[in-house]
Write a protein that binds this ligand. Structure first.
Ligand SMILES: [Zn+2]
Length: 115
């Protein structure tokens, strides 16, 4: 992969990482930020019964969102790690180079279009 293309994709990944971290910060707290490990926070609305029900509902709503964001963040971190190691842009399955257009659409893609 050409250096300028990789730089372009790295910039996209860093932007995506910042956005994901921002969204995660609203509903979760970082357990290990390096690894993109987060934990959904349990909001304190209040102490009475109704408030507790709201807290549980919010938590239940936030949990799947948090897990999706966390998974995306871990993919982005892993892609940035592969850039550092020089293995970025190769399919994890067949080891062939992933099409640049596919990476532009999804810079954290791990596999080529065929796999
Ligand atoms: Zn492949």
């Amino acid at each position: 992969m050409e250096k300028n293309v990789q730089d372009e994709l790295k910039a996209l990944l860093l932007k995506e990482k910042a956005e994901l971290e921002e969204n995660l910060a609203r509903i979760a707290r970082p357990v290990d930020k390096e690894k993109g490990d987060y934990e959904t926070t349990f909001g304190e609305v209040g102490a009475d019964r109704e408030d507790n029900t709201t807290e549980v509902e919010q938590y239940t709503d936030n949990l799947p969102v948090e897990l999706t964001l966390e998974k995306n963040l871990q993919n982005v971190i892993s892609a940035l790690d592969r850039i550092e190691k020089g293995t970025y842009g190769f399919c994890e399955n067949c080891q062939k180079e992933i099409d640049t257009e596919r990476l532009r659409a999804n810079p954290s893609a791990r596999t080529c279009i065929k796999c």
